[in-house]
Structures are given as structure tokens and as C-alpha cells.
Design a binder for this molecule. Structure first.
Ligand code: ATP
Length: 254
């Protein structure tokens, strides 16, 4: 599966509180986009809206390309791609959308292997799921060594790898990550973000990355989007954004 993401005019919030205002955003198929911004800019709300935990009050969210394997219910056709605003949250994974939530979502009572298997549970093809499990152990060697360890026994970096591995078990077209660097040492962050690049290069995975660690995120991303008070204030190649001192000072605080 491959998949790009297109948001047009997305407005969303909590009850009467509007948090996202008229968001236009495109993530090209097989690329990494980083969404950066200060605390409260609306980054997590954006991910919640894309993954169907919150429904936008206006605008469209489409997954483009060859994704949307299930057909029909997601509202394929029309302007092209799958209309994610009509996909129930529990069906997102079948449509090729996987989320690594902030705080990682690893089930700490379960072992590494059990957590990984959970990620592939919805697949009907057991052999394919077993193959992907082997691939995950090749990609994340520390997890292979600790496959019988419980989630709570893992280091922060191992937990983040496990969360990433679990999401990848679903063979997503689009991977969404909320603050993967949170609480990790810089070296571990670099290694996790480096893996995203490898996945993009090797499998054509499309990635939308939400980060407070702006430097690291822009270093790994192809494209950068700056969110401020729920609005897109810049959308440019990541390298260009990283060098824009005025923009950094105004919106990103460094
Ligand atoms: P952070 O990095 O601090 O998580 P963020 O950019 O992810 O920031 P959000 O968490 O999306 O920002 O929050 C954006 C705004 O939405 C904030 O003003 C916040 O108070 C508000 N908000 C977040 N969650 C809720 C909620 N469940 N109910 C009401 N308002 C909320």
C-alpha cells in the first residue's frame, strides 16, 4: 500500500472550542512531513482529527494513492482517495493508517512479542503477519533480543521501537507519530528518527511526524509545517524551514 495525505480547510475542536482553523496540508506519498509548533499549537488535535478520534466540523481529509484496501465504506472516489472523515476510528488501520500515540501505547504487562502480534491481529493472512514479525526483529535488533521481556522492563528507547514496530505490523501506508522523541536521550531520538528515513527509503512509507524537538524533526523530514494557534503559518521544504531564523524565533522559540 502507498498513500499520501491531503487536508483541505479542516476545522476542528472540542465542543464549542475551535482549535484547528482552516488547515490545508499535504503529505506527499513516500515522504516524511514534520508538523512543529509551540505547546498548545494544536499538533495532537491535528493527529486526533486525522485518525478519526475527533471529527472535523468543516473540511476534507483524504488518503490518496493505492491505500484504502477495504473499499466501499470509506467513501473512495469523488475527489480521489479515501475520505478519512467517514472511516470509523477502529477501521483506520484497515485503510492503511497507523498511529504511534504520545506516551507510546505499549501494553506494559504484555511481552515484546505479544505487543507486536497485537499490531498484526487484524490481518487475516497469518503467514504474512508472521513474515512481518520477522522483519520487525530484523529492523529492531534490540527487540529481537528482548522478545520475551515485558513492556515495563524495556528502556524508553526500546519502548518507542516497540510502539513503532507494533504500528508497522499493520503494514500501513501512512504512519502518524505523536512526539516520538518525548523523554528519550538525543542519541536514541536520532536512531528512532533515522529508522523512519530508512523505512521511507526501503518501503515507500508515508510519515506524518508531530514533534516538539524541532531541530531533530526538521533534520529527518522532507517537508515541514509550522502550526501556530491552530493555523498553518508555514509549509516548506524542511531544510528551508530549519534555516529560517526569523520564523524559528517567532514561532519555535530558538
Ligand atoms: P502539546 O505539545 O502541549 O501537546 P499541541 O500542539 O499538541 O500541544 P493540543 O494538545 O492539540 O496542542 O492542544 C491545542 C489546544 O486544544 C490547547 O489550547 C488545549 O488546551 C486544547 N485542548 C486539547 N485537548 C483538549 C480537550 N480534550 N478538551 C478541550 N480542549 C483541549
Amino acid at each position: 500500500m502507498t498513500g499520501g495525505l491531503v487536508l483541505e480547510g479542516v476545522t476542528a475542536g472540542y465542543g464549542a472550542v475551535r482549535v484547528l482553523h482552516d488547515i490545508d496540508l499535504a503529505v506527499a506519498d513516500g515522504s516524511i512531513t514534520a508538523v512543529v509548533g509551540a505547546n498548545g499549537a494544536g499538533k495532537t488535535t491535528l493527529l486526533r482529527t486525522i485518525t478519526g478520534q475527533l471529527r472535523p466540523s468543516a473540511g476534507s481529509i483524504r488518503l490518496t494513492g493505492g491505500a484504502g484496501g477495504k473499499g466501499g465504506k470509506g467513501g473512495e472516489g469523488g475527489k480521489g482517495g479515501t475520505d478519512l472523515t467517514r472511516v470509523p476510528v477502529e477501521d483506520m488501520v484497515r485503510h492503511g493508517v497507523a498511529l504511534v500515540p504520545e506516551g507510546r501505547g505499549v501494553i506494559t504487562e504484555l511481552t515484546v512479542e505479544e505487543n507486536l502480534r497485537l499490531g498484526g491481529l487484524w490481518r487475516k493472512d497469518r503467514r504474512a503477519a508472521a513474515e512481518v514479525l520477522t522483519q520487525m526483529y530484523e529492523l529492531f535488533e534490540p527487540l529481537a533480543r528482548r522478545r520475551k521481556a515485558a513492556g515495563h522492563q524495556l528502556s524508553g528507547g526500546e519502548r518507542q521501537m516497540l510502539a513503532l514496530g507494533r504500528a508497522l505490523m499493520a503494514a500501513p501506508a501512512l504512519l502518524l507519530l505523536d512526539e516520538p522523541s518525548l523523554g528519550l536521550a538525543p542519541k536514541v531520538t536520532a536512531s528512532i528518527l533515522g529508522m523512519l528515513r530508512r523505512l521511507r527509503d526501503d518501503t515507500g512509507l508515508t510519515v506524518l511526524l508531530i514533534e516538539q524537538n524541532v531541530r531533530s524533526a526538521l533534520a529527518v523530514a522532507d517537508h515541514g509545517v509550522v502550526l501556530n494557534l491552530g493555523r498553518v503559518v508555514a509549509s516548506r521544504p524542511a531544510a528551508e524551514l530549519a534555516e529560517d531564523t526569523d520564523l524559528r524565533h517567532t514561532y519555535l522559540g530558538f
